[in-house]
Design a protein. Sequence first.
Lengths: 312, 373
Amino acid sequence: MTTAPAPIKAKARLGDLVFSRSAVFAGSMILVALAAVAIFLIVQAIPALFATNEEASILETNFWSYVGPLVFGTVWAAAIALVFAVPISIGIALFISHYAPRRLAAVLGYIVDLLAAVPSVVFGLWGIGVFAPAVVPVYAWLNEYLGWIPLFGGTASATGRTILTAAMVLAVMILPIMTAICREVFLQTPVLHEEAALALGATRWEMVRMAVLPFGRSGIVSASVLGLGRALGETMAVAMVLSASQVVTFELLTSVNPTTIAANIALSFPEAYGLNVNVLIATGLILFIVTFAVNAVARWIVDRRKEFSGAN
Amino acid sequence: MTATETAQTSAPGSGTPGGTPKGGIPSALTAGHLKPRTPWLILVGSLALSAIVFGVLATGTGEYNWAGALIVGLIVYAFAVWLFSYLVEGRRRATDRLVTAIVTGAFLLAMAPLISVAYTVVSLGLNRFDLEFFTSSMRNVTGEGGGALHAIVGTLLMTGAAAIISIPIGLMTSIYLVEYGRGKLARGITFLVDVMTGIPSIVAGLFAYALFALFFGPGIRLGIAGAVALSILMIPVVVRSSEEMLRLVPNELREASYALGVPKWLTIVKVVLPTSIAGIVTGIMLSIARVIGETAPLLIAAGFTQSMNYNLFEGRMQSLPVYVYTQYANQGNPASAYLDRAWAAALTLILIVMLLNLAGRLIAKFFAPKFGR
């Protein structure tokens, strides 16, 4: 038995030391930045939590009754957006990964990504100028014939600037990221599974249903959660499209709509003063916490999937 | 009516189970299938049907609803193709064809807003896409005239400053994650970078405002605050894309370099980075394209103004997205002048973003390292 030779130590060079330390420093800056975001928001938000309407003029009674309808509006708008975006993005992803001709697939994927390149303020402008007027007749029809469903009740808006319009614009904006994730997961389906299904005589849809969708389920879930995170925080499109008033209502087609936290900050912040600023920052802190949690859940799902799937 | 006609002409030939073509010998391959062109005939038929129905409706109102006709036509197609396939090919293939129609429809549905946005921005943006728009600011302008020079300058300055902050941090972080990072810190950073990608842009704006308000007192609006807000959004994108590119560099290159006695940091600087530089530049350009269109953080942190401001560290600073928003939100008289300016700025913004995207992809394509022999 011989003893193991002592490990050879690399010569410590100054260049190596400087380089690795600055890499660690840069990496830690990310932690510092995120911590700073949280700390600064918390510090600025604390005075608002206990403010009354005498100190901050935008409050009616206290902070929590102010933020309640906003939280409701944020979640409600994002939820409606997801209802539209999830099936459509799965459809697009399937179309690109399994239905479109192979040669076109990359180009089609790029075209969908172009949607992500359109700035949100342009979507807002388009939403008011083109989309909202275009859906007014549809809303009138829905209101007249399906008005007995509570969602479509009330008086239909004459401008089309309702929460349903805003949610549809949001859906368009979160489509690219959701499609990209779904597409990636669908493409990772083991080819052997697909071929086995086809060899057993399955039609294309049956192959997709039996091989692709079960394999991609967690991908679809994490894409939806990531899309939810985006929809919760999207600002300008909602701020511009929605004609907002702070209420809690489930009616989709009226001109009285709940607004979202982000849109409310964008609209109120430029004119805010004194403690009103802190109130708005406090609502921003709530948005930050909610989106942080949603994104963390999404990443957790993605990471968990990495370990158990046969993809790698 | 057209749809039923196509059915009658096409279905018997191709369709009847055990279909008998001209010679009378059933072909085992084509029996029980729709002919390849039949779905296309059904598509044309259902579009024509819908066009006629909407044409009849239009005689009452006088306006022809193209979008409605197209959508109804496609829905009619989905049902018609399902029905014919069900009669000829059976339930399973009918479902398959229906799903194909739906999936294709989903893609077309997503294309609709893209085409609509592109058409609207170009057609309305060209109204004021002139020399004056690019050579003057909005100072002392009410009504017509005026331009977006101050906004373009502000956008370039703030995005540039954000890039100067984000690129070194982002690049070094990705080097850390790929070359050095082991254990808890690396995993934590990876996780937080992922989460940071999802920070709402307005929260980044609030953070920058809160940070600078602490030093300069409340109500502060600075160009540099806008740049800080943008870099919060930009860093995670840079880290993600550079990390991906660095991981693509084959380990053999690193090992060959170490074997020659080259120190690790020189290996990274002289071997790893040059190999992946095209991908890294692409990632950086895409990240710039992403933040250059951000409105909310700049509205909060940098405010808006009508005048030129070349100084990042003093006074409010206008930017193109915020310019679009303020022109829309504070319409004066005549309103059309303000809207035209908003659309022209939107067109400029989209052109810049598209150019950055295109340039990034071209760099990736032409300067990518060739690993194969």
